[in-house]
Design a protein around this ligand. Structure first.
Ligand code: HEC
Ligand code: HEC
Ligand code: HEC
Ligand code: HEC
Length: 264
């Protein structure tokens, strides 16, 4: 009886073993991308690491779901400088003062590591070309956007193992008038850590993240801080003789309010 049981068990185990082996074999052979395409760069990664898509189907439209086209797929190759230029542009443009990218940056707006993983690349391209109200329009050329996508893909790829930081500001009460919207909002706008989107002006810089390490401009070679901001607001021309911004009459209470709006 016991022998019979053992025999059955070993047949069962053999069956499981075969199943595992064939499933493994399938994982490698189930790649129908190469039914229609020559393979390349296989020493670096598999097709879907660079291009995404669904390799287990012979139906082209399905296989190409969420595909990363060739020009955006250079992020893992060292022979192209596209990703380096992209990372440089991301830095110079101060994307991180509003977004977290590669696990670093601010949570004032969406986490781009999860965006680039979950949204089709052409949608990402579209938002950079036609940004929403509180994202600056950088007027990038299509070529520059290609670099940026390669940069974003690379940075989020290298951050893949790091636990994604999904904490994001919840913005409430944005319609309510406040000192920033009254005194600055005709010329500036920004996303405030405290108040969310404030102001509606477009003639002066978007001030989001002014007091963070990711703000793209300095003042006389120094990073902006609460003290310099106060000095600037007293008289911009004391810090920059060419400044166009007018002197504004602000009470101590209003200064304090504005500093708070910047998150300090
Ligand atoms: C049934 C055949 C078929 C399968 C399966 C298939 N493709 Fe394609 N693929 C095509 C054809 C045809 C084109 C030419 C452009 C088009 O029609 O979209 C193409 C174009 C592409 C391009 C170029 C897009 C561009 O403009 O840069 C890439 C990259 C690509 N395929 C990757 C893949 C990957 C990765 C897979 C597997 C996940 C795959 N394809 C599966 C037929 C296929
Ligand atoms: C390391 C990243 C990488 C891997 C892995 C990779 N590709 Fe590509 N692929 C690229 C790049 C970059 C391009 C753009 C043109 C070039 O560099 O050859 C591209 C272009 C393409 C194109 C567009 C036609 C062309 O030659 O311009 C197709 C189709 C394609 N790849 C299919 C595949 C398939 C199928 C696989 C899997 C066998 C694969 N790729 C694996 C990076 C990769
Ligand atoms: C001043 C703040 C700010 C800066 C700087 C900024 N963005 Fe944005 N970005 C936003 C806002 C606000 C949205 C809209 C978020 C929403 O729809 O909830 C957005 C949305 C996006 C989206 C769409 C994401 C999605 O999931 O829909 C992408 C992609 C993006 N930004 C890329 C960039 C890149 C690349 C840069 C740098 C070149 C950049 N942003 C700089 C504020 C900013
Ligand atoms: C009448 C329009 C106007 C108003 C109102 C205004 N600003 Fe400005 N601000 C500007 C302009 C234009 C600049 C661009 C630099 C310059 O002065 O030439 C600027 C620049 C700045 C800068 C420097 C940003 C950078 O990237 O260099 C800060 C900080 C700033 N403003 C803060 C404020 C605050 C805070 C308020 C409200 C208390 C305010 N501004 C009100 C027009 C305005």
């Amino acid at each position: 009886m016991a022998a019979h049981y053992l025999k059955n068990l070993s047949v069962f185990l053999l069956f499981i073993l075969l199943l595992v082996i064939s499933a493994n074999g399938n994982a490698q052979n189930n790649d129908f991308c190469v039914d229609c395409h020559n393979s390349h760069y296989t020493d670096i990664a598999d097709c879907v690491t660079c291009h995404r898509g669904i390799p287990e189907t012979r139906r082209k439209d399905l296989a190409h779901q969420n595909l990363i086209k060739g020009k955006y797929a250079k992020f893992l190759l060292n022979v192209f400088s596209d990703r380096k230029r992209g990372i440089e542009l991301i830095k110079l443009s101060g994307c991180r003062r509003c977004h977290s990218i590669g696990g670093k940056g601010s949570t004032l707006s969406v986490n781009l590591d999860s965006s680039i993983e979950n949204i089709a690349v052409k949608e990402i391209v579209k938002t950079i070309k036609e940004p929403s109200e509180f994202m600056p329009d950088f007027n990038f050329t299509s070529e520059q956007i290609t670099y940026i996508i390669n940069g974003l893909l690379y940075l989020s790829f290298t951050d893949r193992d790091v636990e994604k930081n999904f904490t994001q500001m919840v913005h409430i009460g944005t319609k309510k008038s406040n000192t920033f919207s009254e005194k600055c909002g005709n010329c500036h706008k920004m996303i405030s850590p405290l108040r969310g989107p404030v102001g509606s002006g477009y003639v002066a810089p978007n001030l989001s993240g002014l007091l963070s390490q990711y703000y793209p401009r300095n003042i006389n070679g120094k990073e902006w801080n609460a003290k310099l901001l106060k000095k600037w607001l007293k008289n911009p021309r004391e810090l920059n003789s060419n400044a166009l911004m007018p002197v504004l009459e602000l009470s101590e209470r209003e200064f304090a309010e504005i500093e708070k709006t910047f998150g300090k």
